[in-house]
Write a protein that binds this ligand. Structure first.
Ligand code: HSE
Length: 311
């Protein structure tokens, strides 16, 4: 094959209480990467669209190119690739934008070279890319690569666990128009937490995983909101977080948490109508505060990255 185009989905990391260890892939939103063979070794970034010129074109600094380069290195490829990145996701938005680009690039490059690597084999390549822009955490890259809801207890394939997706779960994702770089949102976190907080947080993560296994969305919502460590530390980075949450609950959200490192707010809902209503209400609230916002009603996606074109 001469040319491969891959899609990788947006992801909601943390799920409130599972900092760096839980993430889910969402349906319909994501980034596209096209790659084709080049006789020159390495990765040439030919074009990036949808980023308003903000992303680095230098391969060593671009997350898609870093992931593709890492795959080429693993394959010991003597030839290189030309790469086109089409951003469907806003940058620094808490939707796993850098992860989606890295995953789409890794998946496309692997297929271009005959798909000798499994999805799990691609994990180190996408983690390298994620580390270069926002720290070495797999709660965006793993669900973008594999799909579904994922528990991450380490960075080897044996430590990445697919969890059940409850039936009838809808999501509202509202992104206020402010950028919160992940590195900045990680810098405000406490380095040490009291034992009491550890006990609470561990218990609530266990409750969340139990809720997924029994398919109890109300219990899932309850546990997601019980983070006492990360969200409080980041609250000041998200404009009007408390007020926006209140608006969400009044409009039918069961839980509203910061998606990843924010500023996107992810609300759990029982119907697509509720998710749309929450979208409208939070976006209208931000508009009244003179902050633009984009909103999507979606569902968790069992499918991770996919090939959309192979010519
Ligand atoms: N777990 C990461 C964080 C996700 O919250 O910093 C970043 O998207």
């Amino acid at each position: 094959m001469q040319r491969i185009r891959a899609f990788a989905p947006a992801t909601v990391a943390n799920l409130g209480v599972g900092f760096d260890i839980l993430g889910l892939a969402v349906d319909g939103l994501g980034d596209f990467v096209t790659v084709e063979m080049s006789s020159h070794p390495g990765v040439e970034v030919v074009e990036i669209t949808g980023d308003e010129g903000k992303l680095p074109r230098t391969p060593e600094k671009n997350t898609a190119a870093i992931a593709a380069q890492s795959v080429l290195k693993h394959l010991r490829a003597s030839t290189g690739i030309r790469l086109w990145l089409n951003k469907g996701l806003p940058l620094a938005s808490g939707l796993g934008s850098s992860a989606a680009s890295a995953v789409a690039a890794a998946v496309a490059t692997n297929v271009l070279f005959g798909e000798t690597m499994t999805r799990e084999d691609l994990l180190p390549a996408v983690l390298d890319a994620e580390e270069a822009v926002s720290g070495r955490h797999a709660d965006n890259v793993a669900p973008a690569l594999l799909g579904g809801i994922v528990l991450i207890t380490g960075h080897t394939p044996a430590e990445i666990h697919r969890l059940p997706i409850p039936e009838g779960l809808y999501l509202s994702l509202v992104t206020p128009d402010v950028e919160v770089p992940t590195a900045k949102a990680r810098a405000v976190l406490p380095e040490v937490i009291p034992l009491k907080a550890l006990v609470h947080q561990t218990g609530v993560v266990a409750e969340l995983i139990h809720a997924l296994h029994v398919g109890n969305i109300h219990l899932l919502a309850r546990s997601m909101q019980r983070d006492t460590v990360v969200e409080p530390a980041r609250a000041s980075l998200i404009p009007f977080l408390k007020e926006a949450k209140e608006v969400a609950y009044r409009s039918g959200a069961l839980a509203t948490v910061i998606s990843g490192s924010g500023p996107t707010l992810c609300s759990l809902c029982l119907t697509s109508t509720d998710a749309e209503a929450v979208n409208l209400a939070i976006a209208a609230f931000y508009k009244d505060e003179n902050i633009g916002a984009t909103a999507h009603a979606t569902t968790p996606s069992a499918t991770g990255a996919s090939i959309v074109e192979a010519l």
